[in-house]
Each structure stands twice: as structure tokens, then as C-alpha cells.
Write a protein that binds this ligand. Structure first.
Ligand code: DGP
Length: 117
């Protein structure tokens, strides 16, 4: 089975699984997290299957920047840019990564504690 067939987020990108999409372009798709941890909790993912930030290559630098800038624009759209929002990329098991397709969490709408758990 190919990565795109077995990967949950590849299946969302392909439209095989439903997600509440808030943005998409030729490189990324953004949708609401199914298990929100804050009033605003979005995921911004590349269409390209990248397992994690740990496996990104130098050639992915532009894509990584685009993910962050899309997250910023979505924070603006959701009305949390000025109040404050957090972008999180969990990388591998001890950091809490559970879906192995790179994704940027965009969280806000409440005070967020630090340090993270
Ligand atoms: P992480 O723990 O960093 O790998 O985050 C994975 C996130 O993905 C987690 O917050 C829940 C979310 N998630 C898992 N499955 C689905 C799904 O089928 N749809 C949506 N919208 N989000 C999902």
C-alpha cells in the first residue's frame, strides 16, 4: 500500500475523507482539528507526503515557509493574529506526533500555557 493510500492526511488531501477545510492551494490544505485543544485549532498540511519535520529536506524549505505563512493568514482570518496564537509542529513520538504526515497546528482563542505539557 502506498503512503497516499494508508496515510490519513493524504486521504484528506485527496478528498477521500471529510475534513472541515478552511483553506487550500496548490501546495497546502488547512482544516479544523477533529479534537480541538483551543477555540481555534487548525491543521495546515502539505499536499506532498512528508512524514515529519525530521524528514524534511533542504528542497522543502520553501514549502515549510509557506506552511507557516498560511498559518499566519489563517490566524488573521480567525481573528486571533493580534490577540496571539501558537504554531506547533510535533515531531516524532515523545513530542506527541500521532499522525505521520507533517502538519502545523494553529492554536488560539484562549490563553495558552507555557511550558507545554
Ligand atoms: P499530532 O498529535 O501532532 O500528530 O496531531 C494530530 C492531530 O490530528 C490531532 O490533534 C488530531 C488530528 N486528527 C487526527 N485525525 C483526524 C481526522 O481524521 N480529521 C481531522 N480533522 N483531524 C484529525
Amino acid at each position: 500500500m502506498s503512503a497516499s493510500q494508508s496515510c490519513l492526511f493524504c486521504r484528506i488531501v485527496a478528498g477521500e475523507l471529510h475534513a472541515e477545510r478552511v483553506y487550500e492551494d496548490d501546495r497546502v490544505v488547512a482544516f479544523r482539528d477533529i479534537n480541538p485543544q483551543a477555540p481555534v485549532h487548525l491543521l495546515v498540511i502539505p499536499r506532498k507526503h512528508l512524514v515529519s519535520l525530521g524528514e524534511a529536506e533542504a528542497e522543502d524549505a520553501g514549502l515549510l515557509g509557506h506552511l507557516l505563512l498560511c498559518g499566519r493568514e489563517l490566524a488573521r482570518q480567525e481573528g486571533i493574529l493580534e490577540r496571539g496564537y501558537r504554531t506547533v509542529i510535533n515531531t516524532n513520538r515523545e513530542a506527541g506526533q500521532t499522525v505521520f504526515h507533517l502538519h502545523v497546528h494553529v492554536l488560539g482563542g484562549r490563553f495558552l500555557g507555557w511550558p507545554p505539557g
